[in-house]
Design a protein around this ligand. Structure first.
Ligand code: DAH
Length: 360
């Protein structure tokens, strides 16, 4: 084999064996660098006779061209290998869901969301929000609401009482939001137009009752408030809340010591395999009690029943939340299961407004 062919074999073998860019660069310098083997051969052309140059020129230049091409090809191959390696170690699964920003990962409990929804609806009708304490006196929870001492309606409330005080009086966990009617009428002059969302407590537990639950009370006191207004308000509320054009409501005569007359309101729904569906079916779900405020209650709050009258209602928030969002068991509301919350909860920035939509 000629020297040139031998050199070519050796150089191409070195290039093929270069396993990274540094090794390839070393092979290039060894062949084509200033004092490389191929460069040295090229230099010999200058000292040759024209005949020798004619013979050897194409051989040496051919060698140089093939070495240059081999270097370029190896460089590309090494680049591909490096890219493949990167792709193998740095894979990105573009089908994964976006990671939420920390401020967006939390969820708003459906009850809080529903309280915000109904506050937006009633605020639009001109209602202010009033609040009162969860721990109440017997006087505000019962007596001033026209429950006589020893009246059986007191027993119906399954009240949680605190231990009696030395004077015999007992504080209790309010059994309804109605005592805040008393607090409002004692502290404000009519006309009054408030809603009172809040926690209420009764010793009761099954699929639709929990010892702590939520109500929103409504109270309107002025000179000419009447049942027609009440009915309109409740119907408008239900349409806005359930985001439908029509709701079927049923008003039944009932009894509450603090209203006369008293009514209970059912909303049409369907109960199916433990699920409650709204807007279909022939079942009725009781959602609220209401009526005209009893003159005794007005009197107990220093309001003259000959001058003022009004109406009130107490609505079960948990029930309407179950109905609207298809949640079958009330008890799950209070189990603090983060999986349930991430399924049924609301994004913190989805603030309900009438203009922007109550629920997305
Ligand atoms: N407080 C009643 C309850 O919890 C509900 C209720 C009925 C409230 C009639 C009212 C009303 O304001 O007028 O059972």
């Amino acid at each position: 084999m000629s020297d040139i062919a031998q050199l070519e074999q050796k150089t191409l073998a070195e290039i093929a064996a270069a396993s990274d860019e540094a090794a390839l660069e070393a092979a290039r310098i060894a062949a084509l660098g200033k004092s490389g083997s191929v460069s040295a051969l090229l230099k010999t052309l200058g000292g040759m006779t024209p005949e020798q140059r004619k013979e050897n020129g194409p051989l040496i230049n051919g060698l140089k061209d093939r070495v240059t091409a081999a270097l370029a090809a190896r460089k590309d191959a090494l680049k591909d290998v490096a890219l493949d390696q990167r792709l193998a170690t740095e894979t990105v699964d573009v089908t994964l869901p976006l990671r939420e920003a920390p401020a967006e990962t939390g969820r708003v409990h459906p009850i809080s969301q529903v309280v915000d929804e109904l506050t937006a609806i009633f605020a639009d009708m001109g209602f202010a929000v009033a609040e009162g304490p969860d721990i109440e006196t017997d006087d505000y929870n019962f007596t001033k609401l026209n429950f006589p001492e020893g009246h059986p309606a007191r027993e119906m409330h399954d009240t949680f009482y605190f231990n009696p005080k030395p004077d015999g009086s007992r504080l209790l966990l309010r059994t309804h939001t109605s005592p805040v009617q008393i607090r409002t009428m004692l502290s404000q002059k009519p006309p009054i137009r408030v809603i009172i969302p809040g926690r209420t407590y009764r010793s009761d537990s099954d699929q639709t009752h929990t010892p702590m639950f939520h109500q929103v009370e409504g109270l309107v006191i002025d000179k000419s408030a009447h049942l027609g207004h009440l009915k309109w308000i409740l119907e408008e509320f239900c349409k806005a809340f359930f985001e439908v054009d029509q709701v079927k409501m049923r008003f039944r005569p009932s009894f509450f010591p603090f209203t006369e007359p008293s009514l209970e309101v059912d909303i049409q729904c369907r109960r199916d395999k433990g699920e409650i569906r709204f807007g279909e079916g022939e079942d009725w779900l009781e959602i609220l009690g209401c009526g005209m405020v009893h003159p005794n209650v007005l009197r107990n709050c220093g309001i003259d029943p000959d001058e003022y009258q009004g109406f009130a209602w107490g609505l079960g928030i948990d029930r309407i939340a179950m109905l609207k969002y298809g949640m079958p068991d009330l008890r799950a509301f209070f189990e603090a299961d983060v999986r349930w919350l991430s399924h049924y909860g609301f994004k913190p920035l989805d603030v309900p407004t009438l203009a922007g939509g109550l629920s997305q």
